[in-house]
Design a protein around this ligand. Structure first.
Ligand code: UDP
Ligand code: MN
Length: 423
């Protein structure tokens, strides 16, 4: 019944002034829009219709909800908390642990403590120096008392009945890690919608960019609202049995600031006797940033994190990464002996097994060894007189139309690309 701007997850009507970069600079998303939308706004229930008829175990484990944050915006953080309080059965929440990763914004100090005092289940803990999201999550996990650990980002909105379907899957098998469907909260207008393709498997290419691929027919469930296997998670939003998380060694604490940890936890849960599922009946919105707003301390890098994970878990497949990223060969990973010891101690299977048994469909989209190109030349749209140009972006190779350049638009085209353009 709620009415107002942004209600039901509708896009906020932006004016030209609202679009000024100053609104984005602190958070990488439009904080003015966030400030003008109700903290307890309504969301559209976009679950598969079957979700309304599902039954879950009567006795579900409770969970600690762990939310790391570094210089998060006030209203985006509060909306995360309100969405949890409003859309989660209270009995299932052991506590909500906000873990401050050494923020310096004033509103995250006493003001936050005073505000959160109204929520009896919320605790605030703080790191003593900037740790990065991985060790910040670990700090929250180390204090958690719930039977399950549920991790969320500090700019989320959980949707209708998001938690029981996650906990149910863990109750059925405590070695299962589960992820909700991650919906998109637009970083401009805060409209709420499913990701392109909605339910897809988590994957990666051989530069270690996160990818999403269709669920192959072999793994499609007769009820599309049932949980399905996913090789790797996106990273920020998942639930795991607390004891199992620690049995798996938590995260590698040598991972710095941001990135790579999603592969580490995914590879090890599969290789060390567990599994991972995406749960269509659980939906959580996340604001995907326009850009990274915070400082990344010097001496840390995503590349180093990825190499730690590759060296620990990927065996001979790490070579495919180094072939594409030769600069990784000379990077120092630091000490990874504890990670290797853990792998041995847990008697984990090897990466070849992972590729054959779990991620067997990934090479169809991202082959470790590129097949010879399907075609060479220029692809020109005759009507527009524009040529297909390929650019290397954050999500891999992106294609777009651009002016044709003599001798410059000609290149090799993969089989997949050639198919797309009916070459
Ligand atoms: N974060 C943190 N310390 C950092 C970087 C990030 O605690 O050094 C938090 C951040 O506030 C967010 C979560 O970790 O709640 C994930 O980071 P982010 O949202 O920047 O990653 P993205 O979702 O953009 O990949
Ligand atoms: Mn995020």
């Amino acid at each position: 019944m709620r009415t107002g701007k942004g209600e039901h997850g509708k896009p906020y009507p932006l004016t030209e002034d609202d679009r000024d970069d100053s609104a984005y600079r602190e958070n990488g998303f439009n904080i003015l829009v966030s400030n003008n939308i109700a903290l307890e706004r309504s969301l559209p229930d976009i679950r598969h219709p079957n979700c309304k008829h599902k039954v879950y175990l009567e006795k579900l484990p409770n969970t600690s909800i762990i939310i790391p944050f570094h210089n998060e915006g006030w209203t985006s953080l509060l909306r995360t908390i309100y969405s949890i309080i409003n859309r989660t059965p209270d009995i299932l929440i052991a506590e909500i642990i906000l873990v401050d990763d050494f923020s310096d914004r004033e509103h995250l100090k006493e003001k936050l403590e005073e505000y959160m005092a109204r929520f009896t289940k919320v605790r605030i803990v703080r790191t003593k120096k900037r740790e990065g999201l991985i060790r910040t999550r670990l700090l929250g996990a180390s204090m958690a008392k719930g039977e399950v650990l549920t991790f969320l980002d500090s700019h989320c909105e959980v949707n209708v009945n998001w938690l029981p379907p996650l906990l149910n899957q863990i109750a059925l098998n405590h070695k299962t890690i589960v992820c909700p469907m991650i919906d998109v909260i637009d970083h401009n207008h805060f409209g709420y919608e499913a990701q392109a393709g909605d339910a897809m498997r988590g994957a990666f290419d051989w530069e270690m960019y996160y990818k999403r691929i269709p669920i192959p027919p072999e793994l499609q469930r007769s009820d599309p609202s049932d949980p399905f296997e996913s090789p790797v998670m996106a990273g920020g939003l998942f639930a795991v049995d607390r004891e199992w998380f620690w049995e798996l060694g938590g995260y590698d604490p040598g991972l710095e600031i941001w990135g790579g940890e999603q592969y580490e936890i995914s590879f090890k849960v599969w290789m060390c006797g567990g599994g991972m599922f995406d749960v269509p009946c659980s939906r959580v919105g996340h604001i995907y940033r326009k850009y990274v707003p915070y400082k990344v301390p010097s001496g840390t890098s995503l590349a180093r994190n990825l190499k730690r994970v590759a060296e620990t878990w990927m065996d001979e497949f790490a070579e495919y990464v180094y072939q594409r990223r030769p600069e990784y060969r000379h990077l120092s990973t630091g000490d990874i002996s504890a990670q290797k010891e853990l792998r041995k101690h847990l008697k984990c299977k090897d990466f070849k097994w992972f590729m054959a048994a779990v991620a067997w469909d990934v090479p169809k989209y991202y082959p470790p060894v590129e097949p010879p190109p399907a075609a060479w030349g220029e692809i020109r749209n005759v009507a527009a007189n524009l040529c297909v140009d390929s650019k290397h972006g954050a999500t891999g190779t992106e294609l777009r139309l651009d002016v044709c350049v003599k001798d410059g638009s000609e290149r090799t085209w993969s089989h997949e690309q050639a198919l797309r353009f009916h070459v």
